[in-house]
Design a protein around this ligand. Structure first.
Ligand SMILES: NC(=O)c1ccc[n+]([C@@H]2O[C@H](COP(=O)([O-])OP(=O)(O)OC[C@H]3O[C@@H](n4cnc5c(N)ncnc54)[C@H](OP(=O)(O)O)[C@@H]3O)[C@@H](O)[C@H]2O)c1
Length: 281
């Protein structure tokens, strides 16, 4: 199998390149291909002849998307459409990364793949519209929704908390948003497995369990042996441009169909901290 990872310089992309063994894998960042450039996308796909394209490239700044709407839609929706057209014409399979933010967050039990989309933020809308457009172009494409992604090699929540906790005695973190953290290494392994199993349609892939951002931060600080006090606050106490779902835990049912097991998020956090220490030394 030959795989083309677009977005290989990002958090997930780096893990994909690291975890994907046994197949031929080509990784590209935005310097190699800007997915907004339809002709360049087509050229790259034709040159590489991949069996699978994993589209991990996106404009992922959720608050930035609120003010840069045009950019958000041109990368996250229209860029994905460009890749889907190129994949269809080259007879390549496509796996697209989407988000828990396609849901509004009013449920109290995990979101299933057939729950209706109702994104509350621009970022969520770009992903929801991309999902719909992609299925129209490539009905067999694979759409992996994930959430709260963290990993070594870029900006993520644990990295921010660890930096802040070394310089501040207290940290205020929201406790009224619940979801599931997802370690790039575990997500990357699941994506490779889905490609090998020729997956199609929607699949929810996150680590197991759930927590609030406050509980996640408390665990990070404790595991790292830091002494900062983590205090719970409500979302209303910090004004952020993009509304976030109050609850966005994704159900495991769809991944279990492919017999994909995902470790608990606390286990994943422990392995992330080890990897982070190793990469720092
Ligand atoms: N992070 C999360 O919490 C989260 C949650 C749910 C879903 N997701 C989705 O998971 C996927 C991977 O996320 P991530 O956290 O790994 O993202 P990331 O670290 O922000 O990386 C984004 C990647 O996209 C590339 N990129 C940005 N604009 C591009 C463009 N116009 N053309 C081509 N490449 C472009 C970047 O390339 P350069 O670095 O070379 O510029 C980088 O490789 C994304 O689809 C994201 O929406 C993420």
């Amino acid at each position: 199998m030959k795989a083309l990872v677009i977005g290989a310089t990002g958090l997930l992309g780096q893990a994909l390149i690291g975890q994907w063994t046994g197949d031929e894998v080509v990784g590209l960042g935005s310097r190699d291909v800007d997915i907004r450039d339809r002709a360049r996308v087509r050229q790259i796909v034709e040159e590489n002849h991949p069996d699978w394209i994993v589209l991990a490239a996106a404009y992922t700044d959720v608050d930035g998307c609120e003010t840069n709407r045009e950019l958000a839609f041109s990368v996250n929706r229209d860029g994905a459409v460009n890749v889907a057209h190129a994949a269809r014409d080259a007879r390549a399979r496509l796996l697209f990364l989407s988000s828990d933010y396609v849901f509004e967050g009013n449920k109290t039990s995990p979101y299933e793949i057939d729950d209706s989309r109702n994104p509350q933020s621009v970022y969520g809308r770009t992903k929801a519209e991309a999902e719909i457009a992609l299925v129209g172009i490539l009905p067999q494409c694979s759409i992996v929704r994930t959430s709260w992604v963290f990993g070594v090699g870029g900006k993520c929540f644990p990295e921010t908390i660890l930096k802040l906790a070394t310089s501040r005695p207290t940290l205020d973190v929201v406790q009224d948003q619940r979801g599931c953290p997802t370690y790039t290494v575990d997500l990357a392994r699941a994506i490779v497995e889905l490609c090998h199993q020729d997956a199609s349609g929607l699949v929810h892939v996150t680590n197991s369990g759930e927590c609030s951002w406050f509980e996640f931060a408390r665990e990070i600080v404790a595991r790292a042996g830091l002494t900062s006090e983590v205090r719970p606050i409500s979302s209303q106490q910090i004004a952020r441009p993009a509304p976030r779902p109050r609850y966005s835990v994704l159900a495991a049912t769809s991944r279990q169909h492919y017999r994909i097991e995902m470790p608990e998020w606390k286990d994943a956090l422990g392995r992330y901290l080890e990897e982070r220490n190793q990469s720092a030394s």
